[in-house]
Design a protein around this ligand. Structure first.
Ligand code: SF4
Length: 350
């Protein structure tokens, strides 16, 4: 990462065009830059062969493309790879590459640490260290795509992005929204929004804006339909009650291409009985959504235990019997501390 030059990754087409004009170049150079950076992932101005040598030199005086490699990686026995990226002020964040048959998903971080302080989450225990810039967020994606382009680490080209890494994406909404715009714009990566999922505790009003301004899939961290229990597990419940979140979601159409998922981590003796299943069914009502039942991965200092497989199956079956699509999510990368709720810059399981 060059500290004295401005990175171009994270800029929109209009901003790249402004960069070109401010350097005395024709506006169309901005479009060429967008193609080289986002479509071809070229990290060196001298490789941008349709930009004149004079303009390449002018650009490299003040700017850098800004794609930088992860500082470390660790591979799970199940093929999951956890990448560590340096960000501002010497902080580190993690991204998790998850291969699954023909799919390759990257779980991306949006903040260093997190303010939401969910009781069960290792990232929450770190506290909030800072928001990532759009450049730092999109670098995780471009960098891993570049590794795939070069056949490194045996990874496949990414098919999906999930904002489920460190941080609450809607607590750094302007940067996350900018990255979504770049991922989906024809001048950017031209991805369908259906390849992107944003996972949130339900931070309003940013959730409403995300639903209105984008077409990405949305995942809500529910974990219990009981308001008091949820407030004990997730302090965000006090500011953004689940009932208000569900009411907001009820105003949007999830019956077609767009998917709404409710995330439900299952803890033994806490939220894994039939009373909780019935509360969840009541909460969902007629809302078009699917439920992901997630295994809990124990972390230090938290007195919660995963519930049994048998319980998870029973819980899923009750939801299914009420016409709700519910699946038990496969656990990935637990041995490298890369599974759901475990991201805290720790390399391997102790
Ligand atoms: S679960 Fe998500 S929102 Fe909650 S503390 Fe962890 S990273 Fe933050």
């Amino acid at each position: 990462m060059s500290m004295d030059k401005t990175p171009l990754i994270g800029m929109t087409l209009a901003e790249l065009q402004d960069v070109a004009v401010s350097e005395g170049m024709p506006r169309f150079v901005g479009k060429q830059l967008a193609e080289w950076i986002y479509d071809k992932r070229v990290n060196d101005f001298t490789d941008m062969v349709n930009i004149s040598k004079k303009n390449q030199a002018l650009l490299s005086d003040k700017y850098t493309v800004g794609i930088y490699a992860p500082s470390e990686s660790v591979r799970s026995q199940d093929g999951t790879v956890k990448y560590l990226f340096g960000v501002a002020k010497g902080r580190k964040v993690e991204s998790v590459y998850i291969p699954d048959k023909e799919r390759a998903t990257l779980c991306v971080s949006s903040q260093a640490g997190c303010k939401m302080n969910c009781y069960f989450c290792a990232t929450g225990k770190l506290g909030w260290k800072g928001n990532l810039t759009a450049a730092e967020i999109i670098n995780q994606i471009l960098s891993v795509l570049s590794l795939a382009d070069r056949g490194r680490d045996g990874i496949m080209p990414l098919t999906n992005i999930v904002f489920m890494g460190m941080g609450e994406p809607l607590d750094n909404y302007s940067a996350v929204k900018r990255v979504i715009d770049i991922l989906t714009a024809p001048w950017g990566l031209a991805w369908s929004p259906k390849r992107i999922t944003v996972s949130t505790v339900g931070k309003l009003p940013e959730l409403k804006d995300l639903l209105e301004q984008t077409q990405v899939h949305v995942a809500i961290s529910v974990h219990t339909a009981d308001a008091r229990e949820r407030a004990a597990m997730m302090p965000a419940q006090k500011a953004f009650p689940l009932q208000s979140v569900m009411q907001t979601l009820g105003g949007y159409d999830f019956s077609h291409q767009r998917r709404l998922s409710l995330e439900y981590i299952m803890w033994r003796g806490v939220n894994d009985d039939m009373a909780h299943a019935n509360q969840l069914i009541k909460l969902i009502g007629n809302l078009d959504c699917r439920v992901n039942l997630i295994r809990y991965h124990a972390i230090d200092g938290v007195d919660l235990e995963p519930c049994s497989e048998e319980r998870m199956i029973m819980f899923r079956n009750v939801l299914n019997q009420h016409g709700i699509t519910a699946t038990i999510r496969a656990s990935r990368g637990e041995d490298i501390m890369a599974a759901c709720g475990m991201l805290a810059n720790t390399k391997v399981k102790k």
